[in-house]
Design a binder for this molecule. Structure first.
Ligand SMILES: [Zn+2]
Length: 478
């Protein structure tokens, strides 16, 4: 295929979800991209002669999806923790083996996570990078992000030290000066948790964030780890801002939700994570009563996919499930679902953009950044009929249906293949990390980490079990 780089692109005749306020659906509509931006949206657009023409008919064109919380550095361990709880995760990553990660292991994870994201139509990822034990690790993380297609926000963190310690070093300041240079494809946040110590030892880290103009992202409302005390301390000390992103927020009181709503922050909901790790119930059903903006996230590929189709699906399921359960507890029946498919598509796109303060992302309109996804799969019986495009995205589509992806006006995936990506090199790097960790941990620890003990299940005594089949049947026969 001839090079598409630098040429205008026109997506022809798709069903366009512009994610505007009215949640319109635009049938048979073209999207013209010039440079890094969307030039026009409409039917039968005139395109420059050198434009790359992409047939979007029978497909859905939507903004690139945005994940506001993913620990990309962990991705070389894909699937390893499928049966973990949060406790097992903490032991593995925070107390034991996470400390073994070298800069090249962070690089391998970040690279693989980046490719995985773009392949699934996730054009922006917040790399919640709390494995940065040294600045060399941080350099490796950024090197990987900048070598891959996609838009990223490095959320700098270091779980091995208190936030006041690592944010206070000259090396950290120097790193920010060297690497965070205003590149539109690389944003910056500080990532740390507030544990609720009344002395508020996180204060200096918040001050560094304020000084750098960097938003803070924090795991808040994680059962057994962070809760209302942390939120109250942040609020009382004046560190809750509209840019603050509260991750999970799954075990907080109404008082904390009021404080988040009043200060304009947003919540990053990782439904699949909350459901199986145990941070608390995925909170969308509760926070809609507080009017808090929501974005979606996948947390880590150690358990789950890096795929926001799963996030949308799981979030609809968890929210509706809770709505039904709450009603049943009152003896009521839910006749109308409160959470709609178009709402989760909004959270996966524009919601993420809002959380990042980017009104030029997450929407399809002239002048906005050209981060776009075409969902189209002619070989799939699931691709038609296309009656309800939002419902189709949320419940029918999956990553294999991502046909074309543009980031910043550049085609980075086309006809179901990543463009200009050396997947074999990413695989080799992940293999090297696995080999190193496995040999360092030892085979027994490796196997034990992947296969946590299963609690014993007691089978209840069943009063309806026949003890004597013959007499029971005789009895029934009268
Ligand atoms: Zn997390």
């Amino acid at each position: 295929m001839e090079s598409m780089d630098g040429r205008p692109v026109v997506l022809r005749g798709g069903t366009v979800l512009p994610m505007d306020e009215g949640r319109q659906v635009l049938p048979r509509t073209d999207v013209l991209v010039a440079g890094d931006r969307i030039a026009a949206v409409g039917p039968d657009l005139q395109a420059p002669e050198d434009a790359v023409e992409i047939d979007a008919s029978d497909g859905i064109v939507m903004p690139g999806m945005i994940d506001t919380h993913r620990h990309m550095w962990q991705t070389a361990m894909r699937g390893y923790g499928a049966d973990w709880t949060l406790t097992q995760y903490f032991v593995w990553y925070y107390l034991e083996h996470g400390k073994l990660f070298r800069p090249e292991d962070v690089h391998a994870g970040n690279l693989l996570a980046a490719l995985e994201a773009v392949d699934a139509g996730v054009t922006t990822v917040v790399d919640w990078s709390h494995g940065l034990q040294t600045v060399d690790h941080a350099d490796a993380a950024v090197d990987a992000l900048q070598s891959a297609p996609g838009r990223y926000v490095l959320a700098y963190g270091n779980i091995q030290q208190p936030p006041a310690a690592w944010t206070g070093t000259p090396e950290f300041r120097d790193f920010v000066r060297r690497r965070i240079t205003g590149d539109d494809l690389l944003g910056f946040q500080l990532a740390f948790d507030v544990l609720g110590d009344p002395a508020f030892p996180e204060r200096p880290a918040f001050e560094v964030a304020r000084d750098l103009g960097a938003p803070v992202t924090t795991h808040a409302g994680v059962w057994g780890a962070t809760g209302d005390d942390g939120i109250r301390l942040m609020h009382e000390h004046g560190f809750m801002t509209p840019e603050t992103v509260y991750v999970h927020a799954a075990s907080l009181s109404a008082d904390s939700y009021h404080r988040i709503a009043a200060t304009g922050g947003s919540i990053s909901v990782s439904t699949e994570s909350e459901q199986s790790a145990g941070q608390g119930y995925p909170p969308t059903w509760a926070i809609r009563a507080h009017g808090i903006p929501v974005s979606l996230s996948m947390d880590t590929s150690v358990w789950w996919s890096g795929d926001l189709f799963s996030a949308m699906r799981a979030t609809l399921g968890a929210d509706r499930s809770r709505q039904h359960l709450e009603a049943h507890a009152r003896g009521d029946t839910v006749t109308h679902c409160s959470l709609r498919a178009d709402q989760v598509v909004e959270w996966a796109t524009r919601g993420g953009a809002r959380a990042l303060g980017r009104d030029d992302l997450g929407v399809i309109a002239a002048g906005k950044k050209a981060d776009l996804v075409l969902i189209k799969n002619e070989a799939s019986p699931v691709s038609f009929p296309l009656l309800n495009p939002y419902g189709h995205v949320a419940f029918q589509a999956q990553r294999g249906d991502v046909h074309t992806v543009l980031v910043n006006g550049r085609v980075v995936k086309h006809e179901h293949r990543l463009v200009g990506v050396d997947l074999a090199a990413a695989r080799r790097a992940a293999d090297r990390t696995i080999e190193y960790l496995r040999s360092t941990m030892g085979e027994e620890a490796w196997q034990k980490g992947m296969n946590p003990d299963i609690p014993e299940t007691t089978i209840l005594d069943n009063p309806y079990t026949y003890t004597d089949y013959h007499s029971a049947s005789t009895h029934t026969a009268g």
